[in-house]
Design a protein around this ligand. Sequence first.
Ligand code: CP
Length: 312
Amino acid sequence: MKHYLSINDIDSLHDWVDEAITLKKDPYLFESLGKRKTICLLFFNNSLRTRLSTQKAAMHLGMEVMIMNFGNEGWALEYGDGTVMDKGTSEHIKEAAQVVSQYADIVAIRAFASLVDKTKDDAEEVINGFAKYATIPVVNMESSVGHPLQALADAITLKENETKKRPKVVLSWAPHPKALPHAVANSFVQMMKLQDADFVITHPEGYELNPELTQGCQIEYDQDKALENADFVYVKNWSSYSEYGKVLSWDTNWTMTQQKLGQAKFMHCLPVRRNMIVEDAVLDGGQSLVVQQAKNRIFSAQLVLKKILENL
Ligand code: CP
């Protein structure tokens, strides 16, 4: 594998999850693999889990780690071909990506959706620009369209907690005061399509995700109905895709409660707004898997870096 840009770069989810669980048992087993190799983590947006878990994963593999908050410390990048750069941008992605490639062996990038320009966001100009012009492998640490490291960690967490062969997994929208991107939900959907599970997506009308991604998925607008007999409930807010980037509803009837959760396990990628997305009782109770999901971010990143290092 050269790049890890989306869930489509996973050749066998089942094998990857098993290998990540093996790595988790002995994280330093491959500590020589990354010796004298450098990973550069470029953040155009904030992070807690992605930054620290990817750094930790690289450390387990013996790598050197360089981190830059590109969003507020780097030059404003230009992506257009043939642009006369007489406005706000100072450096072209062509040079930036090639220059980073002189300093590191792998580059990992976080660049969220603008939620303003759907065409540009769907084109993933930052991550695809780096993949096009860098001469080293590129890892997606959440782009405008996907968060494949999170979805791989979620697959690991599902496997660790499954009690039946074909669990019922529900992805439920929840209210949030700000417009949030679709990346986590998109990658979760893509990952679930690779699973043997009864998978249901529930959200208010108007919150349909990109239909190209949800094609073939069961969509249920009645949250109570969707949650019946669920084994896992993954809760996430996202803004409207059809009315791009808009918040259409704050309906707190969609907030996840202990009563609605029933016996199911609760999942969320974090950070989470308490008593907006989910009530305290769920997060503080024994059915919440959110900290385990965050821990598994180390091993999803470590598996991806290991596969790339083995191919360098
Ligand atoms: N889940 C996740 O990606 O967390 P951060 O935004 O804190 O990295």
